[in-house]
Design a protein. Structure first.
Length: 208
């Protein structure tokens, strides 16, 4: 799957410039600011300041704040681009007719998206302790992931149950990150490990 930084660049390149010269310059500057933030995060700075963003974009700090009220607004624009890029995969129809097959399809999709967008998910986790705005977006993302899991699981395994909460943790980004980064497993090994965790939870839960 195409990584998130490339997806963002492709989305901005595909945007049609405004006919009006001033608006075209504004759209170009806005894209440069977003791209600068993306490149700084990818380079290892999850919390770049306005001076760094302005320098990377070859613009003044004043221009940055003319287009974005604050740094959170830039992260919001990046998040919108990522949602637009990856949400269709999450919402695509499942191939399996059985809930368990759909659950494993969902795991596969999430692992692919996590691999592509990990650097921005990790930056979001870091930023949520600084910013109420980012924290609120993170909570909405978490709630959405729970709803998506509940739509696949049978009533006996919903995320409000003990087994369902275990499944929620097994399928979470935090579990993926631990296996991928801390355990240094390959993408295929991470997906296999998560599938095995889920299988073990389902065995312990018994037949639904």
């Amino acid at each position: 799957m195409t990584n998130a930084a490339t997806v963002i660049r492709m989305a901005m390149d595909a945007a049609q410039p405004e006919a009006d010269g001033r608006r075209a310059r504004g759209a170009s500057n806005r894209a440069r600011i977003i791209q600068a933030m993306v490149e700084l995060v990818v380079a290892g700075d999850p919390d770049p300041n306005a001076d760094a963003v302005a320098a990377k974009a070859h613009l003044s700090v004043r221009t940055v704040f003319r287009h974005f009220e604050d740094k959170d607004a830039i992260f919001h624009a990046i998040d919108d681009l990522l949602v637009a890029a990856y949400q269709p995969l999450l919402n695509a129809p499942y191939h399996s007719e059985h809930w368990k097959g759909r659950l494993f399809e969902l795991i596969e999709r999430r692992c692919a998206i996590n691999e592509a967008a990990a650097i921005f998910r990790i930056a979001g986790v870091t930023e949520r302790y600084r910013s109420q705005f980012v924290a609120a977006k993170y909570r909405r993302l978490y709630a959405g992931e729970k709803r998506m899991l509940d739509r696949v699981l049978p009533p006996e395994l919903q995320t409000t149950t003990r087994a369902g909460r275990a499944l929620l943790i097994a399928c979470s980004f935090d579990t993926w990150r631990l296996l991928r980064q801390d355990e240094e497993l390959s993408p295929a090994e991470v997906e296999a490990a998560i599938r095995q965790l889920v299988e073990d939870i389902l065995v312990q839960a018994g037949p639904p």
